[in-house]
Design a protein. Sequence first.
Length: 45
Amino acid sequence: MSTAEYAIGTITAAAFAAVLFKIVTSSQVKSLLLQIIEKALKLAG
């Protein structure tokens, strides 16, 4: 691959990471993850 292809791939990966970060840090996803963790802890202990 050429340098331009690496640059496009890097920019795309960074944009995808930014979108994922926004999704994961949203309040709905936070509460869902918290519920899953609480259920797992209740089952373990």
